[in-house]
Design a protein around this ligand. Structure first.
Ligand SMILES: NC(=O)c1ccc[n+]([C@@H]2O[C@H](COP(=O)([O-])OP(=O)(O)OC[C@H]3O[C@@H](n4cnc5c(N)ncnc54)[C@H](O)[C@@H]3O)[C@@H](O)[C@H]2O)c1
Length: 246
């Protein structure tokens, strides 16, 4: 029960890494806010947690929309009175070579992956500053560290997330708030299922273990950074990629 009674908002918790994090956090005693714009998926995760005896609350939100994000925070505080943990996990890809990338593809990915992280963090920061504590975990990517063909928009957002993580570690660290990031490698979720098999095989061959990661690998990294075990981590970018970046 490493997160007993902690209130944790996880964005994009309707599927993939966010869902795995939500299930894991609930097992560890957290009250989990499933924040997702896919209401069907989000409600299913809420149901699954409750059926297993955990505590969860679904809030429909598009993280790129500032008013909806403020509403998510208001609903969370109304229900659970406080917020201890924010996992900025929601993210999308819209891949294309640079010369073919449309303005819309650029804007959509920037709005969700970058502005969404800004919106959610800004919305919880004052409350955590008043408490003098809090844990904020951002989701970057190996692609934000190394770049990737066809991912101009995505790699820009994930590199930007690293910049914001380090900035907030300095700004909010003075107020007792830990801000860290997880940089996953290639983890088998719906997002990665879109990658053609041939490319996935090539990626696997670059990992010393010869395999992709599983959502639980990232859920456990989220758990570490959300728990008191990581109290002296601040501005850390935790690579969880099986060694693909070596
Ligand atoms: N899967 C990987 O290999 C991998 C690697 C590196 C980083 N990441 C990052 O991890 C995070 C989770 O990825 P995933 O693989 O679980 O993806 P996923 O597509 O399985 O899940 C993403 C979730 O985010 C939600 N979402 C998307 N846009 C949203 C918005 N505007 N507002 C609210 N919710 C929104 C979706 O509805 C979905 O439930 C993303 O930030 C992704 O960039 C994933």
């Amino acid at each position: 029960m490493r997160l007993k009674d902690k209130v944790a908002i996880i964005t994009g918790a309707g599927s993939g890494l966010g869902k795995a994090g939500a299930l894991r956090f609930a097992e560890e005693g957290a009250k989990v806010v499933i924040a997702d714009y896919d209401s069907k998926a989000g409600q299913e995760v809420e149901k699954e947690i409750k059926e297993a005896g955990g505590e969860a609350f679904f809030v429909e939100v598009d993280v790129s929309n500032w008013l909806q994000v403020q509403d998510m925070v208001d609903k969370t505080v109304k229900k659970y009175e406080t917020i201890d943990i924010l996992i900025n996990n929601a993210g999308v890809t819209q891949d294309s070579f640079l010369v073919k990338m449309s303005q819309e593809q650029w804007d959509t990915v920037i709005d969700i992956n970058l502005k969404g992280v800004f919106n959610c963090t800004k919305a919880v920061a004052s409350l955590m500053m008043d408490k003098g504590e809090g844990k904020i975990i951002n989701t970057s990517s190996v692609v934000g560290e190394q770049g990737n063909v066809g991912q101009t928009n995505y790699s820009a957002t994930k590199a930007g997330v690293i910049g914001m993580t380090k900035t907030w570690a300095k700004e909010l660290g003075f107020k007792g708030i830990n801000v860290n990031a997880v940089a996953p490698g290639y983890i088998m979720t719906e997002m990665v299922a879109k990658v053609p098999d041939k490319i996935l095989e090539k990626l696997k061959s670059k990992v010393p273990f010869g395999k992709l990661g599983e959502p639980k690998d990232i859920a456990n990294a989220y758990l570490y950074l959300a728990s008191s075990e990581s109290d002296y981590c601040n501005g850390t970018i935790l690579d969880v990629n099986g060694g693909i970046s070596l």
